[in-house]
Write a protein that binds this ligand. Structure first.
Ligand code: ADP
Length: 918
């Protein structure tokens, strides 16, 4: 774009060049105008009308909004992810000039629509801390003044935090930006708009200085904010908020960490898999949050979301919440009274931020007053009820009561009962009796107004006129309006100012004099009210921390009451925490699915002798639901909630890890198998003995043998090394043999019944492995064409009878059909006629469906294997161990042994042979 345009367009274009914002709104008198490309953009986004502006022989698109309407347009643009610069006009000696006063961005908009938190985030990477990358993250919410920062170990942790805070804007630091791949990886992990803020803002020295200045150096120590990366990220966030001129810096009163020590690790994948705040399809209904959210306030919803994505491990805190929830669950009447008292309370955390940024109006401060005024009602809703003897009164008592009362009283004295939305107009913002000067002025004004109000009557009487009224408008000021029929009878001192169709308007000297007084008084009143209001607003801003405390106490009561309500109305039970690793859930249910289904409850029992359950059962039988419900029960317990079960005795877990079918990654075109392995790898690295691991199929995305091998090895590793409590659903029936090899592994299955060819899902979890797969039946239910279902049945029958099947190729011709023989018992393909083309697909051992020959297709039959082994042995002097192994080998019926068991047996032989060598 050229900037040779002169005049107003030229000024616009050169201001635009000076900012990195996406859009510029420039004040021109009573309007904010957008020109050129920006006009087209806002017109498209916001449905504004575009007109043409001529300037120096060229014509430019132009769109505008009135001054008073900028905020909603700004908010709408910002919510669509744009950063908008706002240039204000100001008077100078020789006319006026314009300057960019602020840049509004998704993370720094102060008056957003909706109750959702809008976090601004920064991420910085510090290479080579102890030979490894270290990552720093910071999150700030300008609408509530929240601020959290910490260092985390790796990009996965960054992702988990991004998922938890769901920021709307993200500032990647120079250590992140220096690699395009890394930057795009980060971009994929979040819906936030990425803003490339200046690198210097991340410089650790400056950042530390800025943080110390703002929060105090002790605050940095108190939250253990030492890592350079975290300091850089936090400093950059502060800098950005300051730069964009949102004016809310002062509402950020407290620096918080991410408290990883007391928190349950929940990576982004798990948060998504368990559908805590968003379903796998990205919707907000049908989630755990939407199910539990009976809160009355927006702040309550925000806090519940925070709890759900950030479960606790602090037992005392959980007992405290649990006791409060229990009290709320039992005392229904008191609960309802308390919720009534909370209903409609303003969002104090947000109002505190508006007060500090200067954007709070009279009604905002009235809302602060009314919210503070609820404290006594809330206290009396608790007093003398079933809530009194619980931790609930302490929650309410946490904020400084005396300070809250004082501020409330101050506001009551200062503000009118129902102030107007803005200052100016008819006044009425400040209460009578608060300021003598204002009172005096208002009294005088009222007198003058009274004189004007009664003037018409007086004039009628005095001059015997009918049809007289006194009014005022912008152009004529005050006037006496007289009907046309009597216009000729007005006295001489009436001066005519306007003739209308049916009437004439007059003024008198006295009226003009009064008008001048009234206007002067109005001006003076507005000035006084503004000054007093500013004063009051500053006092509220100075109490930001108090308002945040009260706001958080309200939010906590709201959440605890909501959880109590849900527990009582859904028959949930208060969980008990064990010091050891015993886990016993009786009649557990899935908290979301039970809302819409006649749910069949199931038990779960795990302890130190039974820590790894392999869950088998037909497709659609309820394996996933069962495993997820167990994870959700554990998670609910660790936010302090009751749980959907008759009873639950639970260990305190340090993390919940899940891996389930990667639907969305598939949609994104990333290799599912790669994603699956990344997730598995993350679990194997991160889980500990105190974690809960949910694996819903592992190894499915690759060839059968790869798949089984990986699943097998992962099971061993989780069982032997990690020792995490694990639920593993698999379609590899072979894995059920593991129960015989690994002491803490047990099999359970979700039962189904088949009668007359129909499968009934019982949804009951029973001990032991399932004996077969019902995949073919599900295929039929799903509408797979009859010939395919018929053939699948045939294949399945033959599998059962012969334990071997010919894989059928895709060629179709009779001669081509026999390509490979899959020996189910041996677990391998044997060479066969037709020569196993690479596109051959055939049955897979686990569920009676299949895949083609894989690498390592057996060339030798089992018999030849055994013979050659025997030959090798002949003539050699053997130790007893080797002989014993050979004996065992001869005695093994390869056709009768499941492949996985065979693998274990062979491993055992190897071990024995090795020890025999020593
Ligand atoms: P799987 O993982 O075995 O394929 P899912 O867990 O996806 O099966 O469950 C299949 C369907 O059965 C789901 O629609 C689910 O709502 C329903 N379901 C699962 N468990 C239960 C239960 N215990 N009671 C009632 N319905 C259930």
């Amino acid at each position: 774009m050229t900037t040779d345009a002169g005049g107003i367009v030229g000024e616009f274009l050169s201001l635009k060049e000076s900012t990195d914002a996406d859009v510029l709104a420039m004040q021109c008198g009573d309007f904010y105008e957008f020109f050129a490309d920006d006009a087209e953009l806002v017109a498209d986004e916001l449905d504004l009308k575009v007109s043409q502006k001529s300037s120096h022989g060229s014509s430019y698109p132009m769109a505008g909004v009135p001054l008073s309407e900028l905020t909603p347009y700004l908010t709408a643009l910002v919510e669509r992810g744009y950063r908008v610069a706002v240039a204000e006009q100001y008077e100078t000696d020789d006319g006026h000039a314009r300057e960019i006063e602020r840049v509004v961005s998704p993370g720094t908009v102060v008056d957003p629509d909706g109750a959702e938190a809008r976090y601004l985030a920064a991420v910085e990477r510090d290479p080579d801390v102890d030979g490894d990358d270290e990552w720093g993250v910071a999150f700030a919410e300008v609408t509530t003044g929240r601020f959290h920062a910490a260092a985390v170990a790796d990009l996965d942790d960054v992702r988990a935090e991004l998922h938890r805070f769901a920021p709307v804007e993200l500032l990647p630091g120079p250590g992140v930006r220096d690699d395009d791949d890394r930057l795009s990886e980060l971009r994929e992990s979040t819906d936030a708009r990425l803003t490339l803020h200046e690198s210097e803002a991340f410089a650790p020295g400056r950042a530390r200085h800025r943080l110390g200045d703002h929060f105090g150096t002790q605050a940095l120590e108190a939250v253990g904010l030492n890592a350079e990366s975290a300091v850089a990220a936090a400093g950059a966030v502060l800098h950005y908020v300051d730069e964009t001129g949102a004016g809310v810096l002062a509402s950020m009163t407290r620096l918080g960490g991410l408290d990883p020590g007391g928190r349950v690790a929940l990576d982004a994948t798990t948060q998504r898999n368990l559908e805590l705040v968003e379903t796998m399809q990205g919707e907000s209904t049908g989630t755990l949050l939407s199910t539990l959210d009976h809160t009355e306030t927006a702040a309550g919803t925000r806090l519940l979301r925070e709890w759900l994505t950030r479960p606790q491990r602090d037992r005392a805190e959980l007992e405290r919440r649990g006791a409060a929830v229990e009290a709320f669950a039992r005392a229904a009447l008191a609960r309802d009274r308390l919720l009534d008292a909370l209903d409609g309370t303003a969002d104090l955390e947000r109002l505190a931020a508006r007060a500090t940024s200067g954007s709070a109006g009279p009604r905002d401060l009235a809302a602060v007053r009314s919210a503070l005024g609820r404290l006594p009602a809330l206290a009396s809703a608790i007093d003398g009820t079933g809530l009194a003897d619980s931790p609930i009164p302490d929650v309410l008592a946490r904020p400084d009561q005396a300070a809250a009362r004082d501020l409330h009283d101050d506001l009551s004295e200062a503000l009118a009962a129902e102030p107007p939305g803005s200052i100016g107009g008819d006044g009425g913002v400040i209460a009578r009796g608060y300021d003598d000067e204002l009172d005096e002025l208002v009294a005088e004004y009222d007198e003058a107004a009274e004189w004007l109000d009664t003037l018409a009557e007086r004039e009628k009487r005095r001059h015997s006129l009918s049809h007289v009224s006194v009014d005022r408008n912008k152009t004529d000021g005050y006037y006496i309006q007289v009907g046309k029929s009597v216009a000729g009878q007005v006295p001489d001192h009436y001066r005519e100012v306007k003739t209308l169709k049916n009437s004439k308007r007059f003024v008198t000297e006295e009226l003009e004099e009064r008008e001048r007084t009234v206007l002067r008084m109005e001006e003076r009143r507005e000035e006084l009210e503004r000054r007093i209001f500013e004063d009051v607003r500053k006092r509220v801003a100075a109490a930001a921390e108090l308002l945040q405390d009260v706001g958080r106490a309200f939010a906590e009561l709201d959440v605890l009451a909501a959880l109590g309500h849900h527990a009582a109305t859904n028959d949930w039970a208060r969980p008990e925490f064990t010091g050891d690793d015993e886990l016993r859930i009786e009649a557990g249910r899935h908290p979301v699915v039970e809302q819409t289904t006649d749910f069949v409850p199931n038990d779960l029992r795990m302890d130190h002798e039974r820590g790894f359950l392999i869950v088998t059962g037909p497709n659609m039988s309820g394996k996933s639901t069962y495993m997820r419900q167990c994870a959700l029960i554990s998670l609910l317990a660790q936010i302090g909630s009751f749980v959907p079960a008759d009873s639950a005795v639970l260990p305190l877990v340090d993390g919940v890890y899940t891996r389930v079918g990667a639907l969305d990654e598939l949609a994104q075109g990333r290799s599912t198998f790669m994603v699956e392995m990344q997730e598995l790898s993350n679990i194997l690295h991160s889980a500990t003995e105190d974690s809960l691991v949910i694996l819903d199929e592992v190894g499915r995305g690759t060839a059968t043998y790869d798949g089984i091998s990986i699943a097998w090895a992962a099971t061993e590793y989780l069982h032997n090394e990690v020792r995490a409590k694990t639920l593993f659903a698999t379609h590899y029936h072979e894995l059920t043999a593991l129960a015989e090899h690994l002491p803490r592994v047990a099999n359970v299955h979700v039962a189904a019944e088949e009668r007359d060819g129909d499968v009934t899902f019982l949804r009951r979890v029973r001990e032991g492995a399932t004996d077969r797969s019902y995949g073919v039946h599900v295929a039929e239910l799903a509408g797979v064409p009859d010939p395919v279902v018929g053939r699948a049945d045939e294949v399945l029958d033959r599998l059962r009878e012969e334990k071997a099947i010919e894989a059928r190729g895709s060629g179709g011709g009779e001669r081509d059909t026999k390509q490979a023989v899959f020996d189910l018992s041996a677990g391998e393909f044997a060479a066969a006629a037709g020569g196993g083309g690479s596109d051959a697909t055939g049955p897979e051992p686990g569920d009676g469906t299949a895949r083609g020959p894989t690498e390592g297709t057996a060339n030798a039959t089992n018999d030849t294997l055994i013979e050659s082994a025997a030959e090798d042995g002949a003539g050699t002097v053997m130790d007893t161990e080797t002989e014993a192994v050979l004996e065992a080998l001869r005695g093994t019926d390869v056709n009768e042994t499941p492949p996985v068991e065979l693998m274990a047996t062979v491993q055992e032989w190897q071990r024995r042979l090795e020890s025999g060598d020593d």
